[in-house]
Ligand binder design. Structure first.
Ligand SMILES: Nc1ncnc2c1ncn2[C@@H]1O[C@H](COP(=O)(O)OP(=O)(O)OP(=O)(O)O)[C@@H](O)[C@H]1O
Length: 595
């Protein structure tokens, strides 16, 4: 498995960083440039305060020329080079600078103004972000899937004065822009490599000149506001700086050895950290290719892998090497695999096995999914843990043992400690709240100074709100959100995630969600919501009885769970309400079911 070809292309960023003393000399021949387990970045990779993501773009552009253009983005059968992306960023920047935001004179730089970016995953979206940074603005990526009320809430909350979108959403956004007194601009279509084989010779110099000229943002200045998914409360605006962004992409590139040989198939929304950092900014930083598949399609993903690695054993140009997804995506890919005929299964499994790396996160990866995925594709999914506020903090290793039901260890330059619930102790306890300190930490919650202050403890550690523990090998285990996944039943504190993982092993269970419902005797009781497998559901409809009864579930669970962990309430549903990241809002469900 993992027949990853070491590339002979040189990573412009590695060269750029080498020349700036931030990275050790590359050793060619080993997975691109990185030596396994070695620490290639110096301790302070965040660099000087003026180091912004635009430096990255500049480094890439420096290496590009009209004859040697490298692909940055692929979308809808078109390819866009780093140079074309840079040229478009410049167009966007000029567009924004010439806009008269406040109804008076035009302004040269945005000076930290918020720019909403609403576009499907595309070259235009990326040009929108880079163009905003180029002229000193703060990018606020927004979801196209938001209902209008939520879009308006976020736009008003983040004080957006300008919106960047594309023609296909013009009507919707004109309406929204007028309601929040923002100015709408359309991102000009990015020229693709198919439309223009080469770019004017002088463009590279011009672009670099512009970037140098545009040193309007310093490392500590805000660059990005991302809204949390709101699983535990109202979505909050999380402000990231140029420094936190560049630190994070360096951390991920180092840990997962992203290189310019990589080609990532991207099927995630871009308004959350998983899709934006892990799957877009970090690969671009490494000089890799990001291929957008804006709507995740089970059939499309399997097909793209099969096209990459045909049955004759060849590897096509543009073969996908990286994939990252949320657990429900892998569960659906497995369901899709089950429906294939045996020839297609063989071709699909063999193609998938040839990717370099497959990663998973955003919510707990059920052990049965991990196991089945490994049986079919040979890949042990690399599970990692992150949060909007610090992007990624813990990860299973690229090399070495990846342990199921754990999220590994701290990423490079990330420090963590566990604080017991009563606040005592110096951070060495078995179970408690995870606290994180990292160069990738956010600056503040937008317009929420009190909540920002309360979220940090002494020493600048951020309180995640997640309860965790560490196993005998030092691997971290996420027990869940303290206020949504940790149930208090009698005298016990139980992890809903642990019980979900066990219930998912039952043959009738396709998806499940465990939560604590209020109870006058025990404080809370364990409640399971189960979505039965399709064939179990069909059988139950024919036989006019539930796919599984509470008694059946309890008697099966006796073998696997301590008595106080066995569900005492059961609901059978057709599906679970999930958000764009595949997460279930347990607070909402508790309200609904507790009535
Ligand atoms: N591998 C993982 N295993 C278990 N949980 C995870 C994993 N990765 C992320 N999470 C969960 O996702 C949370 C971070 O997600 P995000 O920042 O989108 O916030 P949210 O919980 O969805 O929304 P909000 O902060 O608004 O409640 C983490 O705090 C953790 O609870």
């Amino acid at each position: 498995m993992n027949s990853f070809k070491a590339s002979n292309c040189s990573s412009p960023l590695v060269r750029f960083l080498s020349s700036h003393g931030r990275i050790a000399s590359p050793r060619p021949g080993i997975l691109g440039f990185f030596t396994p387990r070695s620490r290639l970045f110096s301790a302070n990779t965040a660099g000087p305060s003026s180091h912004t993501f635009m430096e990255v773009l500049k480094a890439v552009l420096k290496q590009a020329s009209a004859t040697n253009e490298r692909v940055a983005i692929r979308a809808e059968q078109k390819s866009y080079s780093y140079l074309q992306l840079g040229a478009s960023a410049l167009n966007v920047s000029n567009l924004l600078r010439n806009k008269d935001v406040k109804g008076t004179d035009g302004m040269r730089y945005l000076d930290g103004a918020q720019v909403g970016i609403v576009a499907k995953p595309s070259a235009e979206f990326v040009a929108g972000i880079l163009g905003t940074w180029l002229c000193g603005g703060v990018a606020v990526p927004l979801a196209l899937s938001y209902p209008e009320a939520e879009l308006l809430h976020v736009m008003n909350d983040s004080d957006i004065s300008m919106i960047l979108s594309t023609q296909e959403h013009q009507q919707l956004l004109e309406n929204v822009a007028s309601k929040c007194s923002a100015h709408l601009s359309l991102i000009p279509a990015v020229t693709s490599m198919e439309q223009s084989g080469s770019t004017a010779d002088n463009l590279v110099a011009k672009l670099i000149g512009e970037i140098e000229d545009s040193r309007v943002a310093e490392g500590d200045d805000p660059a990005l506001i991302l809204y949390t998914s709101g699983t535990t409360g109202k979505p909050k605006g999380v402000v990231h700086t140029h420094k936190s962004i560049i630190s994070q992409v360096q951390i991920l590139t180092e840990a997962w050895e992203y290189t310019c040989s990589d080609q990532l198939l991207h099927c995630l929304p871009l308004h959350h950290v998983h899709g934006l950092f892990n799957a877009l900014l970090a690969p671009l930083y490494a000089g890799a290719v990001v291929e957008f598949m804006p709507k995740f399609s089970v059939r499309g993903v399997w097909q793209r892998w099969r096209e990459s690695y045909p049955k004759d054993g060849s590897i096509v140009d543009g073969a996908i090497t990286l994939f990252t997804g949320v657990p429900t995506m892998y569960a659906r890919l497995l369901q899709g695999y089950e429906t294939m005929d045996s020839d297609l299964q063989v071709a699909s499994a063999s193609a998938a096995s040839k990717l370099r790396l497959m990663m998973c996160g955003s919510s707990a990866l059920p052990y049965p999914v991990l196991k089945q995925w490994e049986e079919i594709t040979g890949h042990r999914l690399l599970e990692r843990y992150g949060m909007t506020e610090f992007v990624m903090a813990l990860s299973n290793p690229l090399h070495g043992t990846r342990k199921g039901a754990t999220v590994g260890n701290p990423l490079p330059r990330v420090e963590v400690k566990i604080i017991p619930e009563d606040g005592s102790g110096a951070g060495t306890t078995e179970v408690g709240e995870l606290c994180v300190r990292s160069p990738s930490l956010f600056k503040e919650y937008w317009k929420q100074p009190k909540i920002t202050k309360e979220s940090f403890i002494d020493g600048g550690f951020f309180k995640t709100g997640d309860t965790v523990t560490v196993d005998e090998d030092g691997y971290y285990i996420i027990l869940g959100r303290t206020n949504a996944d940790i149930m208090k039943v009698g005298g016990y504190k139980l992890s809903a995630l642990e019980i979900e993982s066990v219930l998912l092993e039952h043959e009738v269970v396709s998806e499940c969600c465990v939560l604590g419902l209020p109870d006058k005797d025990y404080g809370e009781v364990v409640c399971a919501i189960i979505v039965p497998q399709a064939d179990a559901k069909r059988r139950s409809e024919q036989e006019l009885k539930p796919a599984i009864s509470l008694e059946e579930l309890q008697s099966w669970s006796k073998e696997k769970l301590a008595p106080y962990k066995i569900p005492s309430k059961l609901f059978l549903w057709d599906s679970l309400p999930r958000n764009a990241m595949g997460k279930v809002n347990k607070k909402e469900l508790k309200k609904l079911l507790g009535q």
